[in-house]
Design a protein around this ligand. Structure first.
Ligand SMILES: Nc1ncnc2c1ncn2[C@@H]1O[C@H](COP(=O)(O)OP(=O)(O)OP(=O)(O)O)[C@@H](O)[C@H]1O
Length: 214
């Protein structure tokens, strides 16, 4: 479903450059995929390139027939949604309003926020603002927000990074369900074995190279 073709990316690093992705090519089918690797190896960068939030120096990212071609510097065809580590929920809006805002920003509408909130296990919490939700509940809301736009590819960045192990297992199960219920591609950057254990496939990133290890 997702293809990453000959993608390279460098960051400026003083007088030098830091190569984070080095001619990376791989395919990801639908299901849950974990991207693992030591801190600072480029997991978040890879997810952001797939989402079209960062344009690679070269290469192409395609979701089905929709492609981002780095040579054209155009992310207008991005079909993926990045879910940031810190959720970036709007603090003064309720859970339902956070969903509505995200949908409106993509020219959509959420007819019944309760349906989405139920999918992520937040039924009855539509009126709460983010600070009235636990960390795990905020992560669930961030995932529901990503579902408002019906993207084929979801990219949660360390979705269990700040959660206890029981809550992490719940999020891992939810991500698997989201991936499988609608043949989506859910790609998570993670250090968490709870997520790696339930992933359908695992990619490892190290020294700029991405390798499929499961
Ligand atoms: N905007 C930037 N400018 C320069 N260097 C950057 C920038 N963003 C990230 N980097 C560097 O690129 C490398 C990869 O960063 P990235 O955040 O993708 O790693 P990561 O594997 O997700 O790390 P972690 O597991 O700690 O979240 C790191 O060395 C980081 O310092």
């Amino acid at each position: 479903m997702l293809t990453v073709d000959h993608v390279s990316l460098t960051y400026p690093d003083g007088q030098d450059v830091l190569t984070v992705l080095k001619d990376v090519t791989f395919e990801v089918p639908s299901g849950l995929t974990a991207v693992v690797g030591p801190s600072g190896t480029g997991k978040s960068t890879l997810l952001r390139v797939i989402a079209g939030l960062q344009i690679a120096d070269q290469g192409t990212v395609c979701v089905g027939e929709y492609c981002i071609d780095s040579s054209k510097h155009d992310a207008g065809t991005a079909q993926s949604i990045y879910v940031p580590q810190d959720f970036q929920l709007v603090p003064f809006l309720s859970a339902a309003e956070n969903l509505q805002l995200a949908a409106e920003m993509r020219g959509r509408n959420v007819n019944d926020p309760e349906i989405l909130l139920k999918i992520v296990g937040l039924q009855g919490l539509a009126k709460r603002v983010p600070e009235e939700l636990s960390g795990g509940q905020q992560q669930r809301l961030a995932l529901a927000r990503a579902l408002t736009v019906q993207a084929r590819v979801l990219l949660p960045d360390e979705p269990t990074g700040s959660l206890d192990s029981e809550t992490s297992q719940g999020i891992a199960a939810l991500l698997r369900e989201i991936a499988h219920s609608d043949q989506r591609c859910v790609i998570v950057a993670t250090h968490d074995s709870a997520l790696v254990d339930v992933a359908d496939s695992v990619l490892s990133i190290q020294s700029g190279k991405v390798q499929k290890i499961r």
